[in-house]
Design a protein around this ligand. Structure first.
Ligand SMILES: Cc1cc2nc3c(=O)[nH]c(=O)nc-3n(C[C@H](O)[C@H](O)[C@H](O)COP(=O)(O)O)c2cc1C
Ligand code: SF4
Ligand code: SF4
Length: 273
């Protein structure tokens, strides 16, 4: 079986989980190719894969806008194509509603979603990550070796689900439309935050004009103007720029002290640069 996974990962957690999945599938004798959507031509999906995965972190109760935009550009598949989804949240239960949004979009494009994997990742929100120790379960350091067993089990289930699909069965994931309320609330909250005192701004005194933010922004929402970044309105809200700026020069309007998440920055930069 040849598996292709189209993914977005702002700070590396989703990608770390995918690397474990790739290893597990390869150990089972299957091929797995990881394809960052930022590097794909809009609307293009390889025919070389028997099974297609779509993976994303959760941002404010929804799959990332970067992945959703990519899927929207895809043509309707000529015949029903088997697919699976992977969602990575920063809090337990954080994926509520995101599954339904992703399934809706994929069904429109003639994909059949036969399996899903939910991963818990360390919180990458520079303000919310301070709250993580208040939760009985939080994702500090994850995904890590604790998740390997879950991911291995998922790899085996995926192979079985694909075999069932190929022999005419239609295995599916749970689908509860009511959960989309959480995503709707998250969407409203994200708009409010992006326009409020939590809007990101540049601390020009700290910025040395290195251009990393412009190079790594997945939405082409940053343009260097006279050696300093200027933010466009089309931002996908992933906060990669806030987390990864080496000079900590991108801040929130009302909050200068942020807890940036950089654990897997080198992993992401190795894929993108
Ligand atoms: C802007 C933003 C919003 C987030 N919103 C949520 C959320 O609504 N629910 C949740 O569980 N985690 C949320 N998180 C945490 C991320 O989903 C989590 O850290 C994820 O593992 C990041 O994956 P990545 O490293 O692949 O980008 C948010 C993170 C950011 C930066
Ligand atoms: S990454 Fe930071 S220091 Fe570099 S140009 Fe962007 S804001 Fe300035
Ligand atoms: S401007 Fe920053 S938050 Fe917006 S899409 Fe680009 S990297 Fe993500």
């Amino acid at each position: 079986m040849r598996v292709g996974v189209y993914y977005f990962s702002a700070t590396g957690n989703t990608l770390a989980g995918l690397l474990m999945l790739k290893k597990a599938l390869e150990e089972l004798g299957h091929l797995c190719e990881l394809k960052p959507v930022e590097k794909q031509e809009p609307g293009s999906l390889s025919d070389a894969h028997d099974l297609v995965g779509f993976a994303s972190p959760v941002f404010y109760g929804q799959p990332s806008e970067v992945l959703l935009r990519f899927i929207r550009t895809l043509p309707r598949q000529e015949k029903l194509r088997p697919a699976f989804i992977i969602l990575c949240s920063g809090a337990p239960g954080g994926t509520l509603g995101s599954r339904e949004l992703l399934v809706d979009l994929l069904v429109q494009k003639s994909f059949w979603v036969l399996a899903e994997l939910v991963l818990l990742g360390e919180d990458s929100h520079p303000l919310l990550r301070r709250l993580r120790y208040l939760l009985p379960f939080h994702g500090d350091g994850r995904p890590d070796e604790r998740d390997e067993a879950i991911i291995r089990r998922f790899a085996t289930e995926l192979v079985e689900a694909y075999r069932a699909f190929s022999s005419g069965e239609r295995p599916s994931v749970p689908y509860r439309p009511i959960l989309k309320c959480f995503s709707l609330l998250g969407w409203r909250l994200s708009i409010l935050l992006r326009k409020s005192l939590m809007a990101k701004v540049l601390d020009a005194n700290r910025c040395d004009g290195c251009g990393l933010c412009e190079l790594t922004c997945p939405a082409e929402a940053i343009v260097m103007v006279k050696g300093k970044p200027s933010f466009k309105l089309i931002c996908a809200g992933c906060l990669r720029c806030v987390n990864f700026c080496p000079r900590e020069a991108i801040v929130f309007r009302a909050f200068k002290k942020l807890d940036r998440y950089r654990r897997r920055a080198a992993l992401i930069l190795s894929v993108l640069l």
